[in-house]
Design a protein around this ligand. Structure first.
Ligand SMILES: [Fe+2]
Ligand SMILES: [Fe+2]
Length: 143
């Protein structure tokens, strides 16, 4: 389970975003812990929670991207939609089966999250940083 835990190397530097990312990881970890026992109600509640956390998080990121005219918004949103739909599908299929959420599915979701955070999310963070540096440079000094 240690490999599923949050790592500070995933931090991006915007506290609200980092906080949400960490909550998403923690939720997935709780699902992983519950995957070994057969408590479907608990697993179901955690998957519903994960879907809600993802929805809130994606909404926040996409609204920030919109405000700052991030050029890759469409592609980034498509990644979000795909993952949300995959988790939804995972919840539906694994809760119908005995044994709960398969370990393999958790590994795949974890891999998606780490890749998305360290590549796609980092990419927009760098764009935001350079956009704010540019606007600071172009601002006229106060007289
Ligand atoms: Fe994110
Ligand atoms: Fe994202």
């Amino acid at each position: 389970m240690k490999d599923l835990e949050w790592k500070d190397e995933y931090l991006l530097g915007i506290p609200a975003i980092d906080f949400q990312h960490k909550r998403i990881f923690d939720c997935l970890l709780r699902i992983a812990h519950g995957a070994t026992d057969d408590d479907r109600l608990r697993a179901e509640a955690e998957i519903i929670k994960l879907l809600r956390l993802l929805q809130e998080h994606f909404l926040l990121e996409e609204s920030m991207m919109q405000k700052l005219h991030y050029p890759d918004l469409e592609h980034h949103s498509a990644e979000h939609r795909q993952f949300h739909s995959d988790v939804h599908h995972l919840g539906q299929t694994s809760l119908m089966k005995k044994g709960g959420v398969p370990r393999e599915a958790i590994k795949i979701a974890h891999q998606w999250l780490t890749e998305h955070l360290t590549v796609s999310d980092r990419h927009y963070m760098e764009f935001f940083a350079s956009a704010s540096n540019k606007s600071r440079r172009t601002k006229k000094p106060a007289k």
